[in-house]
Structure formats: structure tokens, C-alpha cells
Design a protein around this ligand. Structure first.
Ligand code: 11C
Length: 340
């Protein structure tokens, strides 16, 4: 016996990946429905070798459905997630709406699967921001060994983090650079993204941080340990898919780079590719479509007592969104619903 699963926002980048990953991981599905807003109604989406026609989110009755994977913005989540939860359907939400509520678990299954127990209260589970998800997968096993005091992270985030409009803007602007009569000014992004980098993701906060940077701080504390200090600079780069992060870590205890490499090699969800030679590291184009978080360039930071540097790359639409949501569904099934 399997689950009755709903994918909400099935026509978007993340919804599309959720359907792919449910099929790829052979999630025990008895019945599946793809929902979309009225303007995308009837659009066909793939689920394995099947084709699903999207139904109307606005009129859908969640009664009798087990799990709803939400991949819509915070406004639509605010309206429909409580309706689904009230009908008894567990919501796994990819938006930021519920992430910081104390009674909503924020889960990365390799890191804090036990937090799922909290889900029975409100039947809503939050999926973290993509840049946080891949970072905590790398940090947690190192924290367990040597206790992390402080993290300094700089991100190199792909345009797919900004949705289809972000992908289209990079594509159109790149082409237009070679055709000056076809000017494509910035719309989705605040400045030209083709052949450029932009140190600004999400809105500015009073502190001078952007919301994306604040999310990395707040979510790392909630998922791993509130005592870890994090400071982030988040940058958009002209890459279609795959977020990269240069991470500097200060530990309480000394951790040798070789031991860190061995720990990460054994850690769930991590793939270490770290040869000190030309090309002996992973770049974003190589991580697309993969489930793993790739770690390269592991090395001692000799400017502090207990410091390490590393490079972390992952598919932001997968580990950063859809894969993590499906992994949460797997944990929910194993520990709470127990049907599969
Ligand atoms: C980006 N990380 O790359 C963002 C996208 O809070 O789920 C995901 C935003 C979020 O633009």
C-alpha cells in the first residue's frame, strides 16, 4: 500500500523536478495529482512514463490525500497549505512562509530527520532555502566531530533559483549581447546578469544583509545548532542550474583536512571530489540532475587556529528544493504515516 500524493505548482521548475524525483526514487505512490493555478489548468506534465493533466488548485479537495508537496510562492502557500493540513493532508512546503515558526519543523533529512515528530501538530513541514540545504549537509558531520563556532560563506547562485523568468533573462540577455539591436534590459534581476555577477538576492533588510543572507543564518541555526554563528554574502552568477558556495569554517577543536575529507566521504548525501590537480573539483554544470552535494577544495585555513575551507556545489532544484522535499516525504512515510 502506498500514498496518495499531490504536487502543488506542478508546472514550475521545482514542481516539475518533484514529479521527476518521486518517479526516479520510486516513492510508493498509489495515486498522484498535479495541481496548478487556473492559468496553467490542463497543462500536461510528466510523471515517469505517465502524463498528468493539471487540475485546479483553487477547487481541489485535499480530503483523503496523504501528502501534498507545495512548490508555489508564499502567498499561495498561505492560502492553500492550511486548507490541505486541515483536511488531514501533510504539507511539505518549499516556500519560506513557515520555516521560522517554532512549531513547524524545518528539515534536511541527512541532518535533522528526528524533527519530523513535530509535524504531527500542524501537519506542515518546511523545506529550507536551497543555499542552506546544501551547506548544512556539509556542515553537520563536521560539527558532530569538532563543533563549529563560526561559518563565513560566499555563494555563487544560479539563475534558476529565481525561477523560469531568471533562466529566460540569462538566456535572452546572453543572446542579445551579440546583437545590440535586440537590447534586453534587466527585469527579473536588478542589473545585467549575462557576463556579470550581482551581489543581491531577495530583498534588503534593515541590517544591510539581504533576506537570502539572513535565511542562511536563521535556517542553519534552526536545522543544526543555534550556537553556530554564520555570516553570508549571496551572489547571483550567470549559471543556469547549480549553486556553489565557498565556505570557511572555524571549529572549537582542531580538525585536520584529511580527517575532514574522510568524514565527509562517509557522510550521507555527500560526494567528495577533491584532487589537487587541474579539474580535480566539481563545478555547477557537473552537478545538474544529481542527488549529491559535492565537496571539493578541502583545506586547512592557516590564518586561524581551527579553520577549514571548502567548496560546495549542488543542484539547487534538486537537493535545494525538490529532492529534499521528496526525502522529507520518505521520512514522513517511514516514521509517521507508515503505509509504504
Ligand atoms: C535563489 N535561494 O537562489 C533562492 C531561491 O527561500 O526558497 C529560493 C528561495 C527560498 O534565488
Amino acid at each position: 500500500m502506498g500514498y496518495r500524493v499531490v504536487v502543488v505548482g506542478a508546472t514550475g521548475n521545482v514542481g516539475h523536478e518533484m514529479l521527476n524525483i518521486l518517479a526516479e526514487r520510486q516513492f510508493p505512490v498509489d495515486e498522484i495529482t498535479a495541481l496548478a493555478s487556473r492559468k496553467s489548468l490542463g497543462t500536461e506534465v510528466s510523471f515517469g512514463d505517465k502524463t498528468l493533466k493539471t487540475k485546479d488548485l483553487d477547487t481541489f479537495d485535499f480530503t483523503g490525500w496523504d501528502i501534498a508537496l507545495f512548490a508555489v510562492g508564499s502567498d499561495a502557500t498561505k492560502k492553500y497549505a492550511p486548507i490541505a493540513a486541515k483536511a488531514g493532508c501533510y504539507v511539505i512546503d518549499n516556500s519560506s512562509l513557515y520555516r521560522y515558526d517554532a512549531d513547524i519543523p524545518l528539515i534536511v533529512p541527512e541532518v535533522n530527520p528526528d524533527a519530523i515528530e513535530l509535524a504531527v501538530k500542524r501537519k506542515i513541514i518546511a523545506n529550507p532555502n536551497c543555499s542552506t540545504a546544501q551547506m548544512v549537509v556539509a556542515l553537520k558531520p563536521l560539527h558532530d566531530r569538532a563543533r563549529i563556532k563560526r561559518v563565513v560563506v560566499s555563494t555563487y547562485q544560479s539563475v534558476s533559483g529565481a525561477g523560469k523568468e531568471g533562466i529566460d533573462e540569462l538566456w535572452d540577455q546572453t543572446k542579445s549581447i551579440y546583437n545590440p539591436t535586440d537590447d534586453k534590459p534587466a527585469r527579473k534581476f536588478t542589473k545585467q546578469i549575462a557576463f556579470n555577477v550581482i551581489p543581491h538576492i531577495d530583498v534588503f533588510m534593515d541590517s544591510g544583509e539581504t533576506k537570502e543572507e539572513w535565511k542562511m543564518v536563521a535556517e542553519t541555526k534552526k536545522i543544526i545548532d543555534p550556537s553556530i554563528k554564520v555570516t553570508a554574502t549571496c551572489v547571483r552568477v550567470p549559471v543556469f542550474v547549480g549553486h556553489s558556495e565557498a565556505i570557511n569554517i572555524e571549529f572549537e577543536e582542531f580538525l585536520d583536512e584529511d580527517e575532514a575529507r574522510d568524514i565527509l566521504r562517509e557522510s550521507p548525501g555527500v560526494m567528495v571530489i577533491d584532487k589537487r590537480e587541474d579539474g580535480g573539483y566539481v563545478t555547477p554544470v557537473e552537478c545538474v540532475g544529481d542527488f549529491a552535494t559535492f565537496i571539493s577544495r578541502i583545506r586547512q585555513d592557516s590564518t586561524i587556529d581551527n579553520g577549514l575551507n571548502l567548496w560546495c556545489v549542488s543542484d539547487n532544484l534538486r537537493k535545494g528544493a525538490a529532492l529534499n522535499a521528496v526525502q522529507i516525504a520518505e521520512v514522513l512515510g517511514q516514521r509517521i504515516l507508515k503505509k509504504g
